[in-house]
Design a protein around this ligand. Structure first.
Ligand code: MG
Length: 379
């Protein structure tokens, strides 16, 4: 394991927040609403001539988590930056400890923590995957399909994605858009790994309806119930053969531990940006790996910076299921790196091998999509 002490303590000189807005190829519809652009903060942590990068995952409205694009900015500037600047960091693992007095806000914490990890990876000249002893140079790619205008359109898109080489399709579902579209997909693509993601659109009262999904041979059903409903998820899992996977419910290491103890899921979708950063994500990986519960890395429609970060994590041994990790062109006509992420002939994405997260945003492309940038210097 790489020793972060080799890079020495990190005295951050400046932190930049650049607002970026990338138009989506087509609107992305889920039970939480409709998105037409991916707006995020690109965080830069600057010290010693090295910049560590990370991308925020909070959305415009608090429909996925209570954090938003605006609250993230506010918490970072008012509460996290002063703590980051207060004294040099012994290593990336020290960031979570520094932020511990601040309750919750895992997305805000992750945006800075992940940039610090990237800084250390670049300073040490090692990719994060190598540092963490990842075992996978390539990650099987999966793709997410939003709620489509009609079932034939969904089936068409699914067929196109299968032809592109994706190994697993995940479909957003909600009441009124679940059994029929999934049945149609199952008929059209009988051997394709098929998952469904409800983004908390159901309640335990729907158990009879959800039990009908068992005959479709789904790989998993993601987050059918509310983010705080671990007990209800455990009760639902006892009634379903389909494995449940948790996403919104897992916002901390403690959430993951409780979910595993309760039997609330048989898989976990780990998004480092949702759980407070790479440190907590590594801890969740260790817990689930010991428990024999498979992991996969989800996505928040990230640009290449967030995608590269997710790929580093997905190289770890416990990430045995295909992630929501797809080519840039699935969501964007133009990403912020050149060349963009592309699918290999084997239906995988390569884990970038360069230091840190392995990609660096392209200055000209950033300029094109930037909504403005601010930089704070250590007092
Ligand atoms: Mg999800």
């Amino acid at each position: 394991m790489t020793d972060w002490a080799a890079a020495g303590p990190l005295a951050i000189e400046a932190v930049s927040l650049q607002e970026v807005s990338l138009p989506l190829v087509r609107p992305f519809v889920s039970s939480r609403g409709r998105e037409t652009q991916r707006r995020f903060w690109l965080v830069g942590v600057h010290a010693g001539g090295v910049t560590g990068w990370a991308e925020s995952v909070a959305q415009e409205e608090p429909l996925y988590s209570e954090e938003t694009h605006a609250t993230l900015h506010q918490v970072v500037v008012a509460h996290l930056l002063p703590r980051l600047f207060a004294a040099p960091l012994a290593g990336p693992g020290a960031v979570a400890e520094r932020f511990r007095p601040i309750r919750h806000h895992p997305m805000a914490k992750a945006a800075l923590e992940m940039a610090v990890w990237d800084w250390y990876g670049r300073a040490l000249g090692t990719s994060l995957a190598t540092w963490w002893e990842g075992v996978r140079p390539e990650v099987p790619a999966g793709v997410v399909m939003g709620i489509a205008p009609s079932i034939p359109e969904l089936v068409d898109t699914a067929g196109a994605r299968a032809a592109e080489g994706y190994r697993r399709l995940k479909v957003k579902i909600q009441p009124g858009w679940d059994l029929e579209p999934l049945q149609a997909l199952r008929q059209a693509l009988p051997t394709m790994a098929l998952w469904a993601d409800a983004n908390s659109a159901y309640t335990l009262g729907d158990v009879g309806h959800l039990a009908q999904l068992d005959r479709l041979g789904l790989g998993l059903l993601e987050q059918p119930l509310g983010p705080d409903d671990l007990l209800d998820h455990a009760a639902l899992q006892r009634r379903l053969a389909t494995p449940l996977c948790l996403d919104e419910s897992i916002r901390s290491v403690a959430n993951a531990r409780h979910a595993l103890q309760l039997g609330a899921c048989r898989a976990i979708n780990v998004k480092p940006g949702r759980v407070g950063g790479f440190g907590p994500a590594l801890d969740i990986h260790a817990l689930a790996y010991r428990a024999g519960v498979p992991l996969w890395c989800g996505g928040m429609l990230e640009s290449a910076v967030g995608r590269a970060a997710n790929l580093q994590l997905a190289s770890l041994p416990g990430f045995t299921l295909p992630g929501d990790l797809s080519a840039s062109s699935c969501y964007f006509t133009q990403d912020i790196i050149e060349p963009p992420f592309q699918l290999t002939a084997e239906g995988t994405l390569a884990v970038p091998a360069a230091p840190g997260i392995g990609v660096t945003p392209d200055e000209a492309l950033l300029q094109r999509f930037s909504q403005g940038a601010v930089e704070w210097h250590r007092p």
